[in-house]
Design a binder for this molecule. Sequence first.
Ligand code: ADP
Length: 422
Amino acid sequence: MSILLGAIADDFTGATDLANTLVGQGMQTVQSVGVPADGFDPGEARAVVVALKFRTNPAEQAVADALAALAWLQDQGAEQIIFKYCSTFDSTNDGNIGPVADALVDALDTSFTIACPAFPQNNRTIYNGYLFVDGVLLSESGMKDHPLTPMTDANLVRVLSRQTTYKVGLVDINIVKQGSAAIREQFNSLQSSGFRHAIVDAINPADLMSIGEALDGMKLITGGSGIALGLPENFRRTGGLSGNTDAILPLASGRSAVLAGSCSITTRSQVAAAQLHWPSLSLDPCSFADTPERGAKEALAWVDSQPSDAPVLIYSSADPFVVAKVQKTLGRDKAGDLVEETMGAIAQGLVDRGIRRLVVAGGETSGSVVTALGVTGLKIGPEIDPGVPWTETINEPHIALALKSGNFGAPDFFMKSLAMLP
Ligand code: ADP
């Protein structure tokens, strides 16, 4: 069966977030890790999200990556393409959102697309082209100090205009509130006046549903995960998608483990909560920096000494002053690499020991675990907490994976995720 919707995501957890939105709207979705190799089988899924990693890469490289993903998605029959980036429009003046969108417009032989990173459920809203985060302008939010992509201008028409030579217009909230017919009319009017891009306002999920309806048939859409909210319904209306498929829990059964490499406040509180229930091991990178393999070896020996009927928790999550001390001793990058490599090796050892249910905390940590396990794709299951679904690897051995970015999830996230599985 060919796919209907194809997406190209500029980072891994962003891809999962988008896939989660589609599944929440009843559309079976698979996420691939990188551009799929020959033989990749999306199964019953009607949407595939290709997770790439080019958010902060130079435009030329990002364009090449995105075009390779597009070629694969077109081969699979995708009728509509989403280019997914962050809901805070993370980019610089030399950023790649404009160049990638332009390259995709050209490759799809079209002349118009929209840019809508709004995600009201996560308090990212757009009003008169200005992006707000938690009610304040993007340029006054924490994003102004982001180490790689400081966002100092909240006006997305201006931001995108600096990244493209084509005209960038606006579909403002007054039009959006009039519904899909008015929005579509404005798309047509901008397109015929020579605009290639349109920032689209949205301040609540109903706006995204109206915009979604107006996007029926548009070849390329760019935005955050929220822009996908209204799309599955279009395919149902036109008959391409039958019914509303419930997300399926992973079937993989076996022992469970949690690996936490995020040091965020949220993850640290989740670790503290889980320690009350399960055996836990803290990893101190300084203690094995001289012989890196020792970290995973000792952790796996500890796993072997634990009762096999309870989940185990292994974490490097630490308070900021501990992390600062580690970074001072080892250097920031070296400390990060060491922990990530160790987590990957531990994940491999756990799977070798028959663990088939794995919860991972941390964006980078998740990336290194997925890479170490050689995961090629993930079938997206039901949501555990906002933005984090259960997934299952499509390649053997089938492993249930819950991959959460550090800040996501309630304090009982680890227990809650494992309790969801039969
Ligand atoms: P988040 O999603 O919260 O950003 P990530 O996994 O993306 O979490 O990033 C956390 C980073 O911190 C990783 O590079 C990880 O290797 C590093 N790290 C984890 N624990 C420690 C520690 N105890 N000391 C130093 N660095 C650490």
